[in-house]
Design a protein around this ligand. Structure first.
Ligand SMILES: [Zn+2]
Length: 673
C-alpha cells in the first residue's frame, strides 16, 4: 500500500488527508523524505557547475520541501492531538532531525559554494530579497562555526554539547525541587482562601497522596495562595521555598550549573569572534546590541520603580492597619495588592463571562481583519484530525488568500498553552503557494448545547494567536525561509500583541460581547471595569520582570561572572530593586535563560515587543480611527506582508517613520509621569 504522506493530496486546498493517515505512516514517510533531503543537499554540494544563486541558495530553499510537508502534518497532530505512539515518534524524530541539521551546517563543500556567492555578491545582480536570503543563509552557517577549523572547531562542538547537557540538568533539578516541596494545610490554615484555591490545593494534595489540601511550588497554586492566604507566617514559608528552588544545596542545586553555563557561553562567543555572548545573541535581533537593550529597559525601569514605590507605601499602610509591625515583605505584596484590587476594581468573573462567547470573539477577530485588511472568512469542510477542529477559507475581493484552521478546545491529548503554526508556509519559489495556518488554544469546552464562554484573558489569547496567523496569511515573499513569522525573536510578537489592542477597542466589544442568553450588549460600566482591571498593579509586574531582564543581560554582556549569585545581587543593588518585590525569575530557577539558549540575553524581548505594539497601535490612535485605512494598508505593506525579507528595524521604521519609543507603553501601563 502506498503511504498517503508521500502521495499528492487531492483534498480541498491540498490540506493533509488526516482521515487516510495512520500513525504507522509517519516514521517511513520521515525516513523517505529525509533520504530525499540528503540527496538534494548532496546534489547541491557536489554540483560540478560553478555556484550561482539558483543552483545553490534557491536549491537549498527547496531541498526539504517533501520533509516539511510530512512534518507540517505530524507536528500539528503531535502538539494538538497526541497519543503514546505520537509521543514516541516525536522522541524518535528529534535526534534524526538534529543530526540532519548538523550535517548541513558542517558540510564544507556546501559552505564553500555559499561563501563564494557571498564574496561575489555585488556582482551577482541579485534582487533585494535574494541578497537578504543569501546573507541570512551564510550567517546561519557562520554562527554555527562554519569558518572554524581544527582545534577551534572541535572545541566549539564540545562546548555546545556540554551546554546542552547543562541545560537539561538545570531543568531536571528545578523539577525535582518543585516536586519535592509541599506544605500541608490544616483546618486552621485555610483563612482567606476562596473556593477555587481550596479546590486546587485539595487536588494537589490528592495528587501528592496527602489526606488534605497542600500548597505546592506550582505557579498556578502558589501565586493564588500568596494572594489570598490570611496567614502571614504561611505566606512567608511558601514564598521563601518558592524563591529557593534550585538553590537548596545538594544534588539539585543549580548555582554551579549557572556559573559553568555562563562561562561556556562566553567561550562560545569568543571562539566565533564576538566580544560577548550578548553581542553574539543580539546580532540577529532587532535590538542589535546590548546597549540598545539596556537603554530600553532602563527607560521603563525608572517610571515602573517610582510607581511600585508609591504602591508599596499604600500596601505598607494596609499591613500596619492589620496590626503587623516591620516593613512590607515580598510575601505581603500579592496579598495586600489583591485586597486593594477588590476595593478599587471589583470585577466578578461570573458577571463578565456570559458576555464573552467563543463564537462571537472569533467573529470579532474576523470582523477586525475585514475592516483593516479586507479579508473575508468562509467556513468550509475539509480533512480534520479531530472533530472540534474548524476550517475557513480566507479570501480578499474573491481571491484565495489562505486557509485558516481553529482548534480551540482543551482536551487531554493537547499540550497546554496556545500557539500558531503554519502547516504550509507562503512562498512563490517553485509555484505560488498560499499558507495553511492553524491557531490552537485550550479553552474550556462547554456542555453539549451550551455556548463556549471565555474569560477576558482567553479572548486576548484568541486575538493574540490570530495576530500571528495574519502575519502568516498576509505574507507575500518569494523564499520560504523568510516567510510569515520567520523574523527576529524580538519582532515576532509585534503582530500578535498589536492585534490584542483591537479587542480592547470599546466599539468592538460593544458589538461582539453580547450576553449568551439574552443577546444584550455588555453594559458600559462593566466594560469599563473590565478594561480598567486589566492594567492593575503594573508597577509591581513591570519591576519584577525588568529586574530579571537586566540580570539576564548583565550575565551575558561582558566576562562571565565567577559567582552569578553575587553578580545578581550587585545588579539589583545598582538599579535600586524595591525590597518588597522579588525578581520574577531568580538565577537558580531562571529556566528561560538556563534551560537552553532560547531566551538567554533575550528575556528582554517580551518588553521590547510590548513597547513596539503600544507604539504601533498609537499610530492608529494618532490617525483618529482604530481602523484607519491608510495606517492599516501601511501596516500590511511594511510589516505583515514582508516576513523576514527586510531587517526588522527597517520594517518598523518604514511603518512608523522612526524607531519605537516607550511613551505609549508607559501610558498604557499607567506608568507615565
Ligand atoms: Zn505570541
Amino acid at each position: 500500500m502506498t503511504n498517503p504522506l508521500l502521495t499528492d493530496w487531492n483534498t480541498p486546498f491540498g490540506l493533509p488527508p488526516f482521515g487516510a493517515i495512520s500513525d504507522d505512516d509517519f516514521a517511513p514517510a520521515v525516513d523517505a523524505a529525509l533520504a530525499l533531503s540528503r540527496a538534494n543537499i548532496a546534489a547541491i554540494a557536489d554540483d560540478p557547475d560553478a555556484p550561482d544563486f539558483a543552483n545553490t541558495i534557491a536549491a537549498l530553499e527547496q531541498a526539504d520541501a517533501p520533509l516539511n510537508r510530512v512534518l507540517g502534518a505530524f507536528y500539528s497532530l503531535a502538539g494538538a492531538d497526541s497519543n503514546p505512539a505520537r509521543d514516541a515518534l516525536q522522541r524518535d524524530f528529534a535526534p534524526l532531525l538534529s543530526a540532519y541539521s548538523s550535517e548541513i551546517s558542517e558540510n564544507k563543500a556546501l559552505f564553500a559554494r555559499i561563501e563564494a556567492l557571498w564574496t561575489a555578491r555585488d556582482t551577482l545582480d541579485l534582487t533585494a530579497e535574494q541578497q537578504r536570503v543569501l546573507m541570512l543563509t551564510r550567517r546561519g552557517f557562520v554562527r554555527s562555526g562554519a569558518l572554524l577549523d581544527g582545534d577551534a572547531a572541535a572545541r566549539l562542538r564540545a562546548v555546545k554539547s556540554r551546554l546542552s547537557v547543562l541545560g537539561t540538568q538545570f531543568v531536571q533539578n528545578l523539577l525535582a525541587d518543585e516536586r519535592d516541596w509541599v506544605m500541608p494545610l490544616g483546618p486552621d490554615d485555610l483563612g482567606g482562601l476562596p473556593d477555587f484555591v481550596l479546590a486546587t490545593a485539595r487536588a494537589a494534595g490528592a495528587e501528592k497522596g496527602a489526606d488534605g489540601p497542600v500548597v505546592t511550588l506550582s505557579r498556578s497554586l502558589i501565586v493564588p495562595f500568596l494572594q489570598f492566604s490570611d496567614r502571614r507566617d504561611l505566606r512567608q514559608k511558601a514564598y521563601l521555598a518558592w524563591g529557593a528552588r534550585g538553590a537548596n544545596g545538594g544534588a539539585t542545586d543549580n548555582r554551579a550549573i549557572a556559573a559553568e553555563t555562563l562561562a561556556l557561553r562566553q567561550e562560545r562567543a569568543a571562539l566565533l569572534g564576538y566580544d560577548s555572548f550578548a553581542d553574539f545573541k543580539l546580532e540577529t535581533e532587532m535590538a542589535g546590541n546590548p546597549a540598545a537593550v539596556r537603554d530600553l529597559l532602563m527607560q521603563v525601569w525608572n517610571p515602573a520603580k517610582a510607581a511600585a514605590e508609591a504602591d508599596a507605601a499604600v500596601l505598607a499602610d494596609m499591613l500596619q492597619g492589620d496590626g503587623h509591625t516591620g516593613p512590607l515583605e515580598p510575601w505581603d505584596w500579592r496579598y495586600y495588592s489583591e485586597k486593594r484590587r477588590r476595593a478599587l476594581h471589583d470585577l466578578d468573573e461570573a458577571e463578565l463571562k456570559p458576555y464573552l462567547q467563543l463564537d462571537r470573539m472569533i467573529a470579532a477577530a474576523f470582523a477586525c481583519a475585514n475592516r483593516l485588511f479586507g479579508l473575508d472568512f468562509t467556513a468550509i469542510d475539509g480533512p480534520v484530525y479531530h472533530p472540534d477542529v474548524r476550517i475557513w477559507e480566507v479570501t480578499r475581493n474573491g481571491a484565495h488568500v489562505a486557509v485558516f484552521i481553529g482548534d480551540y478546545f482543551a482536551r487531554g491529548s493537547k499540550r497546554s498553552g496556545a500557539w500558531c503554526s503554519a502547516m504550509r508556509s507562503q512562498k512563490r519559489l517553485g509555484g505560488d503557494t498560499r499558507p495553511h495556518v492553524i491557531n490552537v488554544c485550550n479553552f474550556a469546552k462547554p456542555e453539549a448545547g451550551r455556548p463556549a464562554l471565555l474569560s477576558y484573558d482567553d479572548a486576548r489569547t484568541l486575538f493574540h494567536e490570530f495576530g500571528h496567523a495574519l502575519h502568516q496569511m498576509l505574507s507575500d515573499v518569494t523564499y520560504e525561509s523568510i516567510s510569515g513569522t520567520s523574523v527576529a525573536r524580538d519582532f515576532v510578537e509585534l503582530p500578535s500583541q498589536l492585534y490584542e489592542h483591537w479587542l480592547s477597542v470599546p466599539a468592538v466589544l460593544s458589538e461582539f460581547a453580547t450576553h449568551a442568553d439574552t443577546g444584550a450588549a455588555m453594559p458600559a460600566d462593566l466594560l469599563q471595569r473590565m478594561l480598567g482591571a486589566a492594567n492593575y498593579d503594573m508597577g509591581f509586574q513591570t519591576v519584577e520582570y525588568v529586574a530579571s531582564a537586566l540580570v539576564d543581560l548583565g550575565f551575558h554582556n561582558g566576562p562571565a561572572p565567577a559567582d552569578p549569585m553575587q553578580r545578581q545581587a550587585e545588579i539589583l543593588t545598582e538599579i535600586g530593586m524595591p525590597r518588597a518585590i522579588g525578581m520574577r525569575h531568580a538565577t537558580p530557577h531562571f529556566a528561560h535563560v538556563f534551560a537552553g539558549d532560547g531566551y538567554s540575553s533575550g528575556y528582554y524581548s517580551y518588553m521590547w515587543s510590548e513597547v513596539m505594539d503600544a507604539d504601533a497601535f498609537a499610530a492608529f490612535e494618532e490617525a483618529g480611527d482604530p481602523f484607519d485605512p491608510a495606517t492599516a494598508a501601511k501596516l500590511e505593506k511594511t510589516v505583515l506582508s514582508s516576513g523576514g525579507s527586510v531587517d526588522a528595524a527597517a520594517l518598523y521604521t518604514a511603518f512608523r517613520g522612526r524607531m519605537p519609543g516607550v511613551d505609549a507603553l508607559l501610558k498604557g501601563r499607567g506608568l507615565a509621569a
